[in-house]
Design a protein around this ligand. Sequence first.
Ligand code: GDP
Ligand code: MG
Length: 597
Amino acid sequence: MKNIRNFCIIAHIDHGKSTLADRLLSATQTVSAREEKAQLLDNMDLERERGITIKSHAIQMEYTYKGEKYILNLIDTPGHVDFSYEVSRSIAACEGALLIVDAAQSIQAQTISNLYLALENDLEIIPVLNKIDLPSANPEEVSDDIVDLLGCKHDEIIPASGKTGLGVEQILAAIIERIPPPKGAEDEPLQALIFDSHYNPFRGIEVIFRVNNGVIKKGQKIKFMATGKEYFADEVGTLKLNQVPKQQIGAGDVGYLISGIKEAKEVKVGDTITDALNPTQEMITGFEDVKPMVFAGIYPVETEDYEDLRASMEKLQLNDASLVFQAESSAALGFGFRCGFLGMLHMEIIQERLEREFNQTVITTVPNVSYYAYTKKDPDAAFIVNNPSDLPEPSRLDRVEEPYIKATVITKSDFVGQVMSLCIEKRGQITNQTYLTPERVELNFDMPLAEIVFDFYDRLKTVSKGYASFDYHPIGMRQSRLVRLDVLLNGQNVDALSALIHEDNAYNIGKKMCEKLRELIPRQQFDIPIQAAIGAKIIARETIKALRKDVTAKCYGGDISRKRKLLEKQKAGKKRMRQVGNVEIPQSAFMAVLKLN
Ligand code: GDP
Ligand code: MG
């Protein structure tokens, strides 16, 4: 155990975590040159494309230092706030963290929020000043920022470059010398933390764990404490680039477990594994049941594909337990599902996976958060509203509560004014303002989660010219004056376009919504009135004018191939269209309310 080191890498997005991880893997010969492929740890297609780590991974390296052999377990953490609970459990499995700071960008919001998580777990922090090869690097200033943040010494900061490989040996030495070996006793009952899991279509769920006490042996009867379920450990092993089966994994070490578990739901990140016959008395602290934060309807484009879509969603849920869904029906869209997601990125991932891996074409409706509604009849019992259509009529409604978050923005002092105005416009209340350096400011504010779901990110990027970073965590429910804004197309209420909006913004949003839908909905053979309404009251109106001619008419009849091309293009465009009454609505229209500015 004294030769094991468990560590993670924490960084703001794009500061070079994956690149450096790859460097460590090649420096320790964990991957041979032949296997080397950029960004080994980001192995889902989507992750590579987006350059972010969605699911975390663990990998074991071996390294000989001053004549002694060490086992280094690198526990990678997801780099997006939607997955912050998984980040916190990964951090809980480590004794130390490399804190990577981009020498050109300096400290950003996720640097700080991840650092706090690491400090809460008493991790030894090794600061790494990365990308010093960049011409725009500012090593002296950024080192000062790091010293201010950590209270460390200048010479504890390791200058590095994931690009040139500079600093990699020094980082490996620091991992061994500065990070303490794990504590724990092999002779105690088994106590292991589940910090990750993966779905393997052939072998079932692979559980990734860190043993705190005891040992986990092949064939042992084990129990997951939060779910109460018992299994046999059919296979245990360590994670190299491939899985390496072992007879046992001992205290302090990290490994995988396969025990015929078919559904991701049965494995909860943060749960404790123990021995079924000789259980530990203590569950590892910090376990939470993760709850979805954002809800939206997912509907098949063709109504007859409903059962097919259900089968696909069930399969997807087998390997992503954080996806929840329930059948629902919409007057406008027919049968579909109300789905719960961890956040907006998670929602996009699910939608993309449904299309890529399951070949489904779906319509996703306006996302919303989960509200608590209280009726006059029963003002003490919260009624959970995951779909705006379920909000009780205003006459029956006593009050509504919505989820709030504590947000952190770090930006340049030049943009403080604009960022603050944006926060206020988004119903935020500034709680704190700290100058990290004369040029860099940290702003904290409380704000409704729903505003993040709407266009907060994009607006923040615009008002700060890209020089703002952002992070948040939920702080509970607060009462709000919310109303349901309905949209009528051709006189028919399209429930899938309804949204809950703050009373004070309703008129403005209703108006913009009508304008946006007029742009997005293609013209048809007849005029289509668009109306926004609150209850029975129409607050805005636009009209989509009828098309006058067939679009193919302008091809002069002659060029048949051009005509065919045009028709094909129209057909492709139609793929993501949904017929509601006699109006065709494109997917983009369902997201219109998110992009009103
Ligand atoms: P992550 O989001 O923290 O995992 O960051 P990545 O490792 O994906 O790196 C983000 C971008 O920075 C990529 O385009 C990398 O090629 C680049 N990058 C990473 N490390 C360095 C470095 O040390 N120097 C330079 N110049 N670029 C780097
Ligand atoms: Mg990455």
